[in-house]
Design a protein. Structure first.
Length: 561
């Protein structure tokens, strides 16, 4: 039986560790977690899992979560990324309250920590070039060699480090390295760099510093400074944990967080590497970080994903130490489930075929009632407008239909959604033989979709008035990559991109959609879920397809039962 918290949250191994620490009085009964992104890109769905874990576990235990920007690399970081990170965390439904921090706030303190390591003989200034450092480091099967500068005196190291800070040496000419063990089986413990010389403008500290701490050094000490109790991170940091502990132990710091690692979130037909995402943006393979095909949270938000759907999906994936790749269909399943409850219904025709109702008065406009959302009784109804000329989907008509085709065909009746029965009487073609128009009759006694004489029709199709409707740009998005695991592909990133990841069509939309505002969510009946795009204006309406109506994951589940 799976143990649960009082709020019915399953006890995974991280929650079990935290629960045990609280029971034993470790960290004085406090839980302080942190979400520490580097502000060098936009957050993606993988970060959503870390956010949910960090903020969720703290909240469950009356703790707090810090949002800290680990901004130690001025060449890649920018205030644009900081603001986007803050927006995404808020959008997901979490708050750091007044606990917003920056590693750059601690630069002076980190410098003093480095000086202290020099004084106790645990750090030295090294003149090896990056290539020489790599050569001296050794391999996974062979120990490294000590730097010829490893045994400099404390006094010389203090002098050189102060001069590094003062800007006396060229970029890359010296580094400050920890003095640990060049024969360690863990290659990260072989005298790793602590500081490097880099004359780069920092978005927060301007040009005050020309030396910057390395991530492994700044990260653990920032955790300690802030009094973090549980430093929760993904599995790639497991091998860094001995170094995390080493810095804190050598400096004899009072606050020593516990680092715990979990398997990161991976999705099929998706890449999560910031480097590869940046490549997509810089090479214009996508239209920016918020392109709805991107796995970035801003891209998913623009596509119409909801924070509720993402949180539910993240929870469903569990917390383990086993790396796995989850089917994108599972995420789409939770999105459909959420949008089904909240999205307003509307009718739109994406591949229009004109229909003329020959027995309907030419200038007459008849109002019909349509349900806004059958899943939400409070959503009410709206008016749709029935006129002599309509548009239906071209796929809803076949001149010579096969068996089990229950839509419109010559001599056949179908039900118009919220409207009447119509019967195809005549097919109009152009000179090349293409169907361009249908002439139909309607039965006025079937208003609302039922017949007083009890006759039945098997097909119901959607439609839009040709005169009362409007046109809109409809962006049909699909997964960005052809391959299930593009990160493991031997092909260039651009060669793995799905050529059908975006199709743009001009659709005919019902009149109610003229009131759509950016961010509003709709189900275009029988087609899919759509979101009004930020590019949309009253003069040029734009809708992004969030997800189709077909739920392949539900079918997979049913097949496996």
């Amino acid at each position: 039986m799976v143990e649960e918290n009082s709020n019915n949250t399953p006890i995974d191994f991280i929650r079990a560790i935290v629960k045990d620490d609280l029971k034993n009085g470790r960290f004085n009964g406090k839980v302080v977690t942190r979400f520490p992104p580097e502000p060098n890109g936009y957050l993606h769905i993988g970060h959503a899992k870390a956010i949910c874990i960090d903020f969720g576990i703290a909240a469950e235990n009356n703790g707090v979560t810090h949002l800290r920007m680990d901004d130690t690399n001025p060449t890649k970081e920018d205030i644009e990324y900081v603001e986007s990170i803050k927006n995404d965390v808020k959008w997901l439904g979490f708050s750091w309250h007044d606990k917003l921090f920056f590693a750059s706030d601690y630069y002076e303190q980190l410098y003093r920590f480095a000086v202290e390591l020099i004084k106790i003989g645990k750090a030295y200034v090294c003149d090896l070039t990056p290539e020489e450092v790599k050569e001296y480091r050794g391999t996974l099967t062979e120990p490294g060699r000590e730097s010829p500068f490893r045994n400099r005196s404390v006094e010389e190291n203090l002098d050189l480090f102060a001069r590094m800070r003062a800007g006396e040496f060229p970029d890359g000419s010296k580094t400050l390295r920890a003095k640990i063990d060049m024969a360690s089986p863990n290659i990260h413990m072989r005298d790793p760099a602590i500081y490097r010389i880099r004359r780069e403008h920092h978005y927060r500290t301007d040009d005050k510093w020309c030396i910057y701490p390395m991530y492994d050094f700044a990260h653990c000490l920032s955790d300690s400074i802030e009094g973090i109790t549980h430093s929760i991170c993904t599995l790639e940091f497991e091998i860094h944990r001995p170094l995390y502990d080493w810095f804190i132990d050598q400096l004899k710091l009072e606050s020593h967080p516990k680092q715990i690692e979990f398997a990161r979130l991976n999705l099929t037909n998706t890449v999560m590497s910031k480097r590869k995402l940046l490549e997509l943006v810089k090479n214009n393979y996508v239209n920016g970080w918020d392109d709805p095909r991107m796995p970035t949270l801003c891209g998913m938000r623009r596509r119409g994903y909801t924070p509720e759907a993402i949180r539910t999906f993240v929870e469903s994936t569990g917390i383990t130490k086993n790396n796995a790749i989850f089917d994108l269909a599972l995420l789409e399943h939770y999105l459909r489930d959420d949008l089904n409850k909240r999205a307003l219904r509307a009718m739109a025709v994406l591949n229009p075929l004109k229909v003329v109702i020959t027995n309907f008065t030419e200038d007459k406009v008849e109002e019909l009632d349509a349900v806004n959302n059958p899943e939400d009784a409070d959503a009410g109804t709206r008016k749709v407008f029935f006129t002599r000329e309509l548009y239906i989907e071209r796929d809803d008509f076949m001149e010579d239909p096969p068996n089990k085709f229950y839509r419109l065909a010559p001599g056949r009746e179908v039900r118009l959604r919220y409207g009447y029965f119509i019967k195809c009487e005549n097919v109009v073609k152009d000179a090349e033989g293409n169907v361009v128009e249908l002439h139909c009759t309607y039965d006025p006694a079937t208003r609302g979709g039922t017949s007083p004489d009890g006759r039945k029709v098997k097909g119901t199709i959607h439609w839009v008035s040709a005169t009362e409707g409007a046109t809109a740009e409809i962006r049909l998005y699909d997964h960005l990559f052809i391959e299930e695991n593009p990160a493991e592909s031997d092909r260039e990133l651009k060669d793995s991109i799905n050529p059908d990841s975006l199709k743009i069509v001009t659709g005919i939309i019902e009149k109610s959609l003229l009131e759509a505002k950016p961010g509003m969510l709709f189900q275009f009946e029988r087609i899919g879920y759509f979101c009004c795009d930020p590019d949309s204006t009253p003069e040029r309406l734009v809708f992004n397809r969030s997800v189709t109506l077909k739920d392949s994951w539900s079918k997979i589940q049913k097949k496996g039962q």
